[in-house]
Design a protein around this ligand. Structure first.
Ligand code: MN
Length: 248
C-alpha cells in the first residue's frame, strides 16, 4: 500500500511516448490498494472536458480502470490543466483537490501543491494567473466552441514559450520566502510539488529546529518520474519502459 505522487507529464497528442510511459506507470508500477496523486500539468493543455483525441480517450480508460484495482486517485490542477473539471473526474473516478491541500501520511503533515504559486518572483505570470483563475472568465471561455478554445490555448502556449526565454532561470524557480510561508501556514513538515521542472530534495529547518523537506517532482520526457511513500520513507524515482529505476 504505497502512495505515489506525479506531475508535469504534459500529455499531448504530439508526444506518444509520454502516454506509453503513463500506461506503463499505471499498469506495471501501481499495485492494488495504492493511492495516486496527480499534482497538475498532467496534460500539456486542457480547454474543457469536451476535449477529445486518441490520447485523451486512452488516458481516461487508464484512470477509470484504477477503481477495479482499488486504487484511489486525486487531481490537483496545474497552470495548464486547471480547466479539467467535474465531468472528466466523474468519468474516471478521480477526486479534485484544492490548490493547496494538506494530507496526513504516517506521522507526516504533507502539503501538496502544483508549485506555480511559489514562483512569486515571476510577477507577469502571477498577474496572468490571477486573471485566469476568475470563475466567471473560465465560464465564459468554456462557452466558446471547442475549436476556438483550442486555438486560443495554442496561441497562449506560444506566447508563454517566448516569455519563458526572456526570464532568468532564478525567476522561474520557487521563491524561498513563499516556501517558508506555506510551511508555516500549514504547519507542514513535507511539501510536494512540480511545475519548475527541477527535480530535487530540499531540506530546511523551522524555528523550532524541526526538519522540513520539499520534494520537487520532475517533468516526464524519455523517462517518467514519481515520488513514492511506502509507509517508511519517501523515494524520488525515475523510471523507463525497461523497468529500470533510478533514485534521485
Ligand atoms: Mn506547471
Amino acid at each position: 500500500m504505497s502512495t505515489y505522487f506525479i506531475s508535469d507529464i504534459h500529455l499531448s497528442d504530439h508526444q506518444p511516448q509520454l502516454l506509453k510511459l503513463f500506461k506503463y506507470f499505471i499498469e506495471s508500477i501501481l499495485q492494488p490498494n495504492d493511492t495516486l496523486y496527480i499534482l497538475g500539468d498532467f496534460f500539456e493543455y486542457w480547454v474543457g472536458d469536451d476535449q477529445y483525441s486518441h490520447m485523451v480517450n486512452q488516458t481516461k480508460q487508464l484512470l477509470k480502470a484504477l477503481a477495479q484495482r482499488n486504487i484511489e486517485w486525486y487531481f490537483l490542477a496545474g497552470n495548464r490543466d486547471f480547466l479539467l473539471g467535474k465531468k472528466f473526474l466523474a468519468k474516471t473516478h478521480g477526486k479534485l483537490l484544492a490548490e493547496k491541500t494538506l494530507i496526513p501520511l504516517g506521522a507526516h503533515r504533507v502539503l501538496l501543491l502544483h508549485g506555480d504559486t511559489l514562483c512569486t518572483n515571476d510577477s507577469a505570470y502571477q498577474a496572468w494567473r490571477s486573471k485566469v483563475q476568475k470563475k466567471w472568465l473560465q465560464k465564459l471561455f468554456l462557452f466558446l466552441p471547442l475549436s476556438w478554445r483550442q486555438s486560443i490555448a495554442n496561441r497562449m502556449r506560444q506566447k508563454s514559450m517566448m516569455q519563458g526565454q526572456r526570464l532568468t532561470l532564478d525567476m522561474m524557480d520557487v521563491a524561498e520566502t513563499a516556501v517558508q510561508e506555506d510551511f508555516d501556514a500549514y504547519q507542514a513538515n513535507i511539501m510536494i510539488h512540480g511545475h519548475v521542472h527541477r527535480p530535487g530534495i530540499h531540506i530546511y529547518q523551522n524555528k523550532q529546529g524541526t526538519p522540513l523537506t520539499r520534494y520537487v517532482l520532475a517533468d516526464w520526457g524519455t523517462m517518467g518520474n514519481f515520488l513514492r511513500y511506502d509507509g517508511q520513507q519517501f523515494d524520488l524515482v525515475y523510471f523507463n519502459l525497461d523497468s529500470n529505476e533510478k533514485k534521485i
